[in-house]
Write a protein that binds this ligand. Sequence first.
Ligand code: SF4
Ligand code: SF4
Length: 269
Amino acid sequence: MPIDPDFQKNREKVGKEEGVANWGPIDPPEKLGIRGTYVAVDWDICTGCGTCIEVCPAKLYEWVDTSGHPTSDKKAFPARESDCIQCFQCDKRCPVQAIRVIFWPSRCLVAMSYLFMAQMMFGLGYGIFMGPYLGLRIPLFVGWVIVPIGFFFMASPGIYFPKKGIPQEGKTTMDTTVLVDSGTYGIVRHPQFLGVVMLMSASILISQHWLSAVVGILTLVWGYSIYLPKEEEGLIIRFGDDYKRYMERVPGLNPLVGVIRLLRRKKKK
Ligand code: SF4
Ligand code: SF4
């Protein structure tokens, strides 16, 4: 029997081990419960085969001795859940379906989201209530034109994943098992991030304030150099050759190149 997909509802959290949640019932050595929340392993199902430890590119699992347990005397422990790049390899390849990986915003993404919201609120608020700091009218106008386009790109997962994605049973469409490559995903591979770039740039143009520029640029450089490569690594592993071909077809973030390539593809058809 596989891990309960609704274990967070059906089981009680009974403590933490090295920062990783334990879900009961636990009565060692025969009954060990589930370890982990976003990368969760049902220790009562795990047979200690080691596949997850072998395939995990983030090397986040560790062996834990569980002598006396009926299915195996060692179990895979998701020691560093936050390192998961959501490639879903362990989830897919565990022979007894003891693992459940759930899409969740990583710490990096949460931190970026807070900085993004603060920069946006400050920039737009300043522009609206105080007027642009440098008083330049054209950048102000361009900024307001970019805002709705940025919101549209940022909402891409919410618009296209429910239509085109196919989730695993019991999971959200964010855990799609098929590559979504149409709509804004046919223009750039990271439309949500592009939306954030647009909105933060718009906030700088509208406020024309140095604080908005400093926070915006630092957040975008951080996201581009740390968050995006990690996300892409997970997607390459998750979708394999399909994603590699998608990378050849569609640029990461450049919408101009993306539109030109999209038009060329449409013309060829
Ligand atoms: S792949 Fe499954 S059965 Fe094998 S060690 Fe990992 S959790 Fe246990
Ligand atoms: S989803 Fe990928 S990165 Fe995350 S724990 Fe499983 S194998 Fe490791």
